[in-house]
Ligand binder design. Structure first.
Ligand code: 5RP
Length: 234
């Protein structure tokens, strides 16, 4: 029977465990696929595997703690061996959109501190071109409207801009990240030059980070209806 989307995520997470060795210093991603990975890692830890991990969100921290995974911080352990995280979109060159779960800033900091970033995802995340998924841009609440204008101008300097929406939380107020910031979701439809856009957005005061991960992921494990396949960055 073909695997459904959640089974695909779990199958990818299970395969990623094969890259975890005793003593690995891990970055733990955020989202429903990363949740499967943390769950399966917890089983291995309870069976005796010794690893240490940095979570990329408070949600992942709580889950990892409940699973009995030994946690550290980047202050105590500034260099990690491997980060395993999900993605919202994966392009053929392995550039990514991340941040659908709102953890992009910590996810990027942790991935950058890791020797290797491994992406786990279901088949629906593989796209020919990034941009159908709204690009999350994490901003400071201070000066929000000025930052919003600057973001629009920066995008328009590179390609066609689109609706820029402040992400809202379930409580009807602006969604607040673990770092106390807000998120603009940029509905661009397509991103013609992810590297140029990443560079332009990074230069805006008030933008803490954005969900474009370019040149960071080395490998993606994709759960597909018929099983798991691995893509490596060439
Ligand atoms: C959270 C993320 C997630 O990795 C991304 O949203 C994918 O989530 P999921 O595995 O639930 O599809 O970037 O900030």
């Amino acid at each position: 029977m073909p695997l459904n989307a959640d089974d695909q995520k779990r199958a990818a997470a299970a395969r990623a465990l094969e890259f975890v060795e005793p003593g690995t210093r891990l970055g733990l991603g955020t989202g429903s696929t990363a949740k499967h990975f943390v769950d399966l890692l917890g089983e291995r830890v309870r069976a005796g595997l010794d690893v240490i991990a940095v979570p990329t969100s408070e949600a992942t921290r709580a889950q990892a703690e409940a699973c009995g995974i030994r946690l550290t911080t980047l202050d105590e352990t500034p260099e990690l061996d491997l980060t395993v995280d999900g993605a919202d979109e994966i392009a053929p060159d392995m550039s990514l959109i991340k941040g659908g779960g709102g953890a992009l800033l910590r996810e990027k900091i942790v991935a950058a501190a890791s020797a290797r970033m491994l992406v786990i995802a279901d088949e629906s995340k593989c796209v020919a071109m990034l941009g159908a998924f709204p690009l999350p841009i994490e901003v400071t609440p201070f000066g929000f409207l000025a930052t919003l204008r600057a973001v629009d101008k920066a995008i328009a300097g590179i390609q066609r801009s689109g609706p820029l929406n402040l992400r809202m939380g379930k409580d009807g107020h602006a969604f607040v990240t673990d770092g106390g910031h807000w998120i603009i979701d940029a509905k661009l439809g397509r991103i013609d030059d992810p590297k140029a856009l990443a560079h332009a957005l990074s230069g805006i005061p008030g933008v803490m980070d954005h969900g474009l991960f370019v040149g960071m992921a080395a490998m993606a494990i994709i759960g597909a209806p018929a099983g798991v396949r691995i893509i490596e960055r060439t």
